[in-house]
Design a protein. Structure first.
Length: 270
């Protein structure tokens, strides 16, 4: 049992939604730097092309950009068809990372439209894209080396956040339970399904919150810092590699201990 092979993703084919920025980019970079070919998708082709070019040059893996608005079911179908053309022998890993948030200053101000936008992308499309890519995942799946689905949830789907983002929190809690439901059904087909529940990381979605509340957010983390790209890449490499082959239906917080923090101990000096 050698660490260099146990955690290897060299030669694997992965798809990362929202892979051109934020947490998705952290995951994509970790996979490419360890020899995987990664397809990234989001709405903005120019942004994706720039990221794909930079990461491919970095190597030793490869990054390929395919624009898709996952809010649209038709575009999601076309993405799946395109991936089938590009990878007729199948894919090893699907990372459902794309997400949206919607916050308001009060419960009364929260609009109905927020629910449709956030739940469609954050929850419904996690199921849809996995469903559409099942034929490609099954091509590369076996009992000893299953294909992997990694869903990106959030600690806000586990705890109650202070910000007024009910659709986001509900959508991520749903992702966590959907992960377990899918794991039970797809495990029988040699496809594992797990979720990551990130805490605070530098990303476009977190930028405004961190700009105003960084100190209070950091003070609530037992490890005393927000997450960095290595933290996110590491857990995904574990789940995508042989090391994570027998993990199925797990929701893994990657938050420095935020959701289990004892606030009294954080404020005490020992």
């Amino acid at each position: 049992m050698d660490v260099s092979t146990l955690f290897s993703v060299r030669g694997k084919v992965a798809v990362v939604t929202g892979g051109g920025s934020g947490i998705g980019l952290m995951i994509t970079k970790g996979l490419v730097q360890n020899g995987a070919r990664v397809y990234i998708t989001s709405r903005k082709q120019k942004v994706l092309d720039k990221v794909a070019s930079e990461l491919t040059e970095l190597g030793p893996g490869e990054c390929v950009a395919i624009a898709c608005d996952l809010q649209s079911y038709d575009q999601t179908q076309r993405l799946a068809a395109r991936l089938a053309e590009l990878e007729p022998r199948g894919i090893d890993v699907l990372v459902n990372n794309s997400g949206a948030n919607w916050g308001e200053h009060s419960v009364e101000a929260y609009p109905d439209a927020a629910w449709s936008k956030v739940l469609t992308l954050n929850t419904q499309r996690v199921f849809t894209l996995t469903q559409l890519l099942l034929p490609l995942l099954e091509m590369r799946a076996s009992a000893e080396s299953p294909a992997r689905v990694i869903n990106v949830g959030s600690i806000d789907g586990i705890r109650v956040p202070t910000l007024i983002t009910p659709a986001y929190s509900a959508s991520k809690a749903a992702v966590h339970h959907l992960t377990k439901v899918m794991a039970a059904h797809l495990g029988l087909r040699h496809i594992t399904v797990n979720a990551i529940a990130p805490g605070a990381f530098e990303s476009h979605m977190m930028a405004q919150t961190l700009s105003t509340l960084r100190d209070s957010i950091v003070s609530a983390v037992p490890l005393g810092r927000i997450g960095n790209p290595t933290d996110m890449a590491g857990v995904c490499l574990f789940l995508a590699s042989s090391a994570g082959a027998y993990v199925n239906g797990a929701v893994i917080p990657v938050d420095g201990g935020t959701i289990v923090a004892n606030q009294f101990n954080l404020q005490s000096k020992f």
